[in-house]
Design a protein around this ligand. Sequence first.
Ligand SMILES: C[S@@+](CC[C@H](N)C(=O)[O-])C[C@H]1O[C@@H](n2cnc3c(N)ncnc32)[C@H](O)[C@@H]1O
Length: 209
Amino acid sequence: MNSLLILGIVLAAIIIASFWWRDASRRRSLPCPTWLASMLDSRWSDALLGTQATLDHIGLQPGQRVLEIGPGPGRLLIPAAKRVLPGGEVVGLDIQPGMIERLKARAAQAGVSNLTTILGDATQPNVLPESVDVIFLCTVLGEIPDREAALLQCYTALKPGGILSITEIFPDPHYQSRATVQRLAESAGFRLQAIHGPWYFFTANFVKA
Ligand SMILES: C[S@@+](CC[C@H](N)C(=O)[O-])C[C@H]1O[C@@H](n2cnc3c(N)ncnc32)[C@H](O)[C@@H]1O
């Protein structure tokens, strides 16, 4: 077998597995496994996944109270914690204990002290109503089987005028289009504020009216 054929078979297997994962995630929770976290916090991930551009598009300000749903190992949440200083704080809510442990370890290593974590599900976040200025999700929405319920919880947790920010990156297997993100957010009661970036790497910001 020549190497081109092997490469083709591997690529086809990855594509089939991605489609299966995307489809199965509609019915049950199949989050990005903890062993894949090293792809999110490697030294190339910031450049490849546009970490600083995403944070710019979310538009964080000093003093804000910010919640990230599905922070994983904290690629975005750790620099976000620095951006909301002085006076601000960030909270990371993730469904997997392994991700929370990795996030805590990386935050401690980075000397970040205004970051706390919640182990839980986006559909039952255990966050006080109207207690958060900004909620953001990056490559997470499609991993949540009941996306409508999760966005309703975001609406409840945000202060009036608060911002919901959703970033999607293609070819994440769980990628959600701009139209889908807008439809889901508007169904939960949000109003579109702005969409930054092209279809394959966009951040959509919504306001709680
Ligand atoms: C692909 S990773 C993205 C990590 C991070 N947002 C980033 O962009 O680097 C998806 C994360 O969402 C979390 N997640 C998936 N479903 C969730 C749910 N229902 N509630 C909370 N977190 C969830 C996973 O455990 C994982 O850490």
